[in-house]
Design a protein around this ligand. Structure first.
Ligand code: CIR
Length: 275
C-alpha cells in the first residue's frame, strides 16, 4: 500500500491521499437493542425501523462514492456496535484495535478484530488506558487524537508509540468538554482542509490546515466523511450543505435522525479502508 502523496491538496478536482480516498468500507447492521445506545441527553425514543432505513441509505451513499461495502451482522449484546469506527484505527498498512472508554463497548472490539486481522499485515492492540477512534482524525500528514471522556492520556500514549513505530506522526489535543468525540466536531474534507466547529478550531489546533467553520446553529453537521470524490453528510443542515457545494464539493445527504439520538454521526457508522 502507498503512503499519502503529501504535495496535493485533495480539494475538488485534484488527486488526493489515503486520508480521503478508499476502496472499501465496513458497516454493521444496527441491532434492535440500539434503542438503549449510550446518549448524553435524552432527545426522544429511537425509531428502530427508521434507523434501519437510514442505515441502508448510508450504505448506498458509500457505494455511490465508490466503496465496496461489507455489512456485518447486528450484535444485540452491544447496543452501540453499529458505530464500528470506534473499535479500530485503519491505516493503509496497519490496524490498531481500540480499547473503548465506555465499558459497555469494550466487547465490540474482539469481533471486529476477527474481521480485520486477515486484511492487514500489521495489527496492534491498545492494552492500556482507553481510546475510541471517534477521537482520532487522520490527515495525510499526521494523526490527531483528542483526549476526551472516552480517550485518556495512557491510551493515547500507547497509540503514539505504535504509530511512531510505523512512521506515522501523532499529535495529542483536547476534545472540547461536553463533546463526545474529537470528530464529533470536525472532519477532514480534503487533504489540507478541515471542517470544524468554532469551539474546536478556536484553540488553534488546526494551524497549517485550511479550516472551514460550520455555520452557527449547524454544529451537529461537523461530523461528515470525505470518501473519494464525495462528501457524505447528515441531512438537515442547509447552510453547511450550501457552503460546501459553493466550494465545489459533491455532496450526498443521508438521514441521520435516529443515530443522532444516540450521539452517532456519519463517521462513526463505518470503517473506511484501502483493500
Ligand atoms: C456512544 O456513546 O458511544 C454511542 N452512542 C455513539 C458513538 C458515536 N461514535 C462516534 O462519534 N465515533
Amino acid at each position: 500500500m502507498k503512503r499519502a502523496k503529501l504535495n496535493n491538496s485533495g480539494l475538488p478536482g485534484t488527486a488526493a491521499s489515503y486520508a480521503t480516498h478508499f476502496s472499501a468500507a465496513i458497516t454493521r447492521m444496527p441491532a434492535h437493542t440500539a434503542v438503549d445506545g449510550l446518549r448524553a441527553v435524552n432527545t426522544g425514543a429511537v425509531d428502530i425501523e427508521l434507523m434501519a432505513e437510514q442505515h441502508i441509505e448510508y450504505q448506498q451513499a458509500l457505494r455511490q462514492a465508490g466503496a465496496i461495502v461489507t455489512e456485518l451482522p447486528a450484535l444485540p449484546a452491544y447496543p452501540d456496535a453499529q458505530f464500528v469506527e470506534d473499535t479500530a484505527l485503519c491505516l493503509p498498512n496497519l490496524v490498531v484495535m481500540m480499547r473503548p472508554g465506555a465499558e459497555t463497548r469494550r466487547g465490540e472490539v474482539a469481533p471486529m478484530r476477527e474481521v480485520l486481522s486477515p486484511l492487514f499485515e500489521n495489527i496492534a492492540d491498545i492494552t492500556d488506558g482507553c481510546i475510541e477512534a471517534g477521537d482520532i482524525l487522520t490527515t495525510p500528514f499526521e494523526v490527531l487524537v483528542g483526549l476526551s471522556a472516552r480517550t485518556n492520556q495512557t491510551g493515547a500514549d500507547q497509540l503514539r508509540q505504535i504509530l511512531n513505530g510505523h512512521g506515522y506522526p501523532m499529535r495529542i489535543l483536547k476534545t472540547p468538554s461536553d463533546v463526545l468525540h474529537f470528530k464529533t466536531d470536525c472532519s477532514l474534507i480534503a487533504d489540507q482542509c478541515i471542517l470544524s466547529t468554532q469551539r474546536l478550531a478556536s484553540n488553534g489546533c488546526f494551524e497549517g490546515y485550511q479550516t472551514l467553520l460550520v455555520p452557527t446553529g449547524e454544529e451537529a453537521a461537523a461530523n461528515m466523511i470525505r470518501y473519494n470524490d464525495h462528501i457524505i453528510m447528515p441531512a438537515g443542515f442547509p447552510k453547511t450543505e450550501t457552503m460546501l457545494r459553493a466550494k465545489g464539493f459533491t455532496i450526498i445527504c443521508v438521514g441521520n435522525s435516529e443515530c443522532a439520538k444516540i450521539d452517532g454521526g456519519m463517521s462513526c457508522l463505518s470503517l473506511r479502508l484501502w483493500l
